[in-house]
Design a protein around this ligand. Structure first.
Ligand code: COA
Length: 159
């Protein structure tokens, strides 16, 4: 059976923590779709097009990984793309409550789709896109947490 996993998120911007999850998923599933939500309510620092470009640059070399944007209900989009799995990363216990709600709602909306969780390497467990943006905007070094292209984009956007 051919399994496609869809990894949704805002990816504002993609971090090495996200890439770590995606690399793990690429070894487990036939195809991984990184689905970048427009998510205007989060008021992203990067446009959807910019977030897609940065994710593609950070993920070059992963042949079974595709990056795309979406601006609809996740449960609809996952079915539209013929994915069987919604993939989410769990970094800490604090992620769990929100993820449990999201998985429950998505199961009601798309009962045949399973949500699966992967944990990133422990050195990425404390990273989030917001924290990376905050540290970068105050002149801190975030080069260990993002791809060099993302680092350059952060420097352009936030300084
Ligand atoms: N490494 C580093 N950071 C990680 C991470 C990892 N492995 N996994 C999650 N994060 C961080 C993200 O960077 C983000 O940080 P931030 O809030 O500081 O920016 C945070 O954890 C969680 O964000 P993200 O994973 O992007 O998810 P989200 O909560 O922003 O978005 C969607 C969740 C996109 C899945 C959800 O909004 C959605 O489904 N939207 C579509 C509309 C819809 O269907 N809504 C109903 C849902 S039931």
């Amino acid at each position: 059976m051919h399994i496609t996993a869809l990894y949704p998120g805002t990816f504002d911007p993609i971090t090495n923590g996200h890439s770590d999850i995606i690399e793990r998923a690429a070894r487990l599933f036939d195809r991984v779709i990184v689905a970048i939500a427009a998510n205007a309510k989060k008021q992203p620092a990067f446009t959807l097009e910019e977030r897609i470009t940065l994710a593609r640059e950070a993920l070059t070399g992963l042949s079974n990984v595709e990056v795309c944007g979406f601006d609809s209900l996740l449960a609809d989009y996952v079915q539209q793309r013929d994915a069987q799995v919604i993939l989410r990363g769990l970094r800490a216990v604090s992620d769990f409550e929100y993820e449990f709600q999201l998985a429950g709602m998505n199961r009601r909306l798309a009962p045949r789709v399973e949500t699966l969780f992967l944990t990133p390497a422990e050195n990425y467990a404390f990273i989030s896109s917001s924290l990376v943006k905050e540290v970068a905007s105050l002149g801190g070094d975030v080069s260990a947490f993002v791809h060099p292209k993302v680092l350059a984009a952060l420097e352009n956007r936030l300084r």
